[in-house]
Design a protein around this ligand. Structure first.
Ligand SMILES: [Fe+2]
Ligand SMILES: [Fe+2]
Length: 281
């Protein structure tokens, strides 16, 4: 835990969430410094994202490969190209190697943070542990999560973290689900979270649990790929309570993967999931 909730633009005038359309771009797993990092992919994705003019960009960790300062600086140079007024970044397991969280805090922000705009609350939390690949939230942080999510109970609520809360098909042996995923999922459902955004596995997927969608994106800029997956990022368009998630591939366009109505509990999951048959992790 790195401090109290930073709740963004509290002072902004009230917005009717039923009429306002908002766009979030979600990217993950840049892995600057990795031998598999492809600058062209990230440069192209950033150009595409700027053309999409999102209200918020969410980056769910693994900015770096080993948590080194020069890798952080490289990742920041790329992300500084974003022309977006709101950026929410959380660290991944690779970022917490070699005490990399020190650089995260000095170059980016708090490891746990809240952004609020347009009738939406977006909570980001650090699920990493130093020098370990698994994820963990920890009981002592549950009150902070509840408070952050329930400060504006009528908001559309998004929770973001690096690690996946449910296993992802096509990723081989499961090792890295958040250790206390069950408790965290229960909190999120009880708080009425509409959408969870994660990365880590480099395999995009979407689950529905109760009335909550859990959407993973792949790696945006590396060839650390499982099976036939491709580098990608997600675009989340929210109009009132209606949500459409599109998966975009740098240079290659995109496809709608899931549409749902948070108020009516209806959804359409397009036949997108298994464009890969993965090998072992
Ligand atoms: Fe990663
Ligand atoms: Fe990761």
């Amino acid at each position: 835990m790195t401090g109290a909730a930073n709740t963004g633009d509290h002072a902004s005038p009230p917005v009717n969430p039923k009429t306002r359309s908002r766009r979030i771009v979600h990217l993950s797993d840049l892995h600057a410094g990795s031998q598999y990092f492809v600058p062209n992919l990230l440069n192209r994705a950033l150009v595409e994202i700027n053309d999409l003019a999102p209200d918020l960009v969410v980056v769910t960790g693994d900015l770096t490969n080993m948590g080194y300062r020069q890798e952080y600086r490289e990742a920041k140079e790329y992300l500084d190209k974003l022309d977006c007024e709101r950026l929410l970044v959380v660290p991944g397991n690779h970022d917490s190697r070699n005490v990399g969280y020190v650089h995260f805090e000095s170059l980016f922000a708090q490891r746990d943070s809240v952004v609020r705009f347009g009738g939406m609350t977006v909570v980001g939390i650090d699920s990493s542990e130093p020098d370990l690949d698994n994820g963990r939230i920890g009981r002592h942080r549950y009150p902070w999560i509840r408070d952050a999510l329930m400060e504006h109970p009528e908001d559309f609520k998004i929770f973001t973290l690096h690690h996946h809360l449910l296993p992802i098909p096509g990723t081989g042996r499961e090792r890295n689900v958040v250790h206390d995923a069950g408790d965290v999922l229960e909190i999120l459902v009880n708080c009425g979270v509409d959408l969870v955004l994660s990365g880590h596995k480099h395999v995009p997927y979407a689950w529905r649990l109760e009335d909550m969608f859990i959407v993973n994106t792949g790696t945006v800029s590396t060839l650390r790929l499982r099976g036939n997956t491709k580098p990608c990022y997600n675009v989340v368009d929210i109009e009132g309570e209606r949500v459409r998630v599109t998966r975009n591939y740098p240079f290659r366009g995109g496809e709608v993967i899931v549409e749902f109505d948070a108020a009516a509990s209806s959804y359409v999951r397009h036949d997108f999931q298994l464009d890969r048959m993965a090998g072992d992790a």
